[in-house]
Write a protein that binds this ligand. Sequence first.
Ligand SMILES: C[S@@+](CC[C@H](N)C(=O)[O-])C[C@H]1O[C@@H](n2cnc3c(N)ncnc32)[C@H](O)[C@@H]1O
Length: 189
Amino acid sequence: MFKKIKPTVLIAHDLLASYVQPGAVAVDATVGNGHDTLFLAQLVGQAGRVYGFDIQEEAVKKTAELLAQNGFTDTVRLFQAGHENLLDYVTEPVDAIVFNLGYLPGGDRNIVTGADSTTKAVRDGLALLKPGGIASLIVYTGHPGGPEEKEALEAFMQTLNKNEFCAARLDFLNRKNAPYLIIIEKSLV
Ligand SMILES: C[S@@+](CC[C@H](N)C(=O)[O-])C[C@H]1O[C@@H](n2cnc3c(N)ncnc32)[C@H](O)[C@@H]1O
């Protein structure tokens, strides 16, 4: 048990909690089983809004159930759609955008996020970010296509203007196969 260097998802949650205030607008680009969506809904509260995307009907259903159980149905707009099309659904500036890549835990491991679609979604998501906003990505490399997705994302991150975005990576040196975290903050000016 560690105080701050927790599992990657929880480190991302701690970071998001320090950026996302009640009333904020957030995007969960990969809702999966709905845990990150619920977390974002709790941060933005009833006055805020969360947009959630997943290509799998199963994921959207599970997420909708979890949100209903916790009283957040009205806070979240869920779409069974690829995040690469998020600009068709989200037209307002957002405070945070969250990706948890790879496959649906407990679901079909052949349905995974992909290098091209993820990179497009991140590019479009960053364009929607408000000044001072945050994007977080949890990246897995242990499944087929994972290393290629990582390479594409990191190549894209290196093209970001350093005056507009700060892109950083938190990787583990002694945790084998742990996912790692990319965070991108948009400058205030
Ligand atoms: C690791 S899971 C997400 C876990 C989730 N955030 C949670 O808290 O349970 C990755 C999800 O990405 C979804 N996915 C794959 N390709 C996608 C795409 N192009 N657009 C949106 N979601 C996608 C998968 O269906 C899967 O449910």
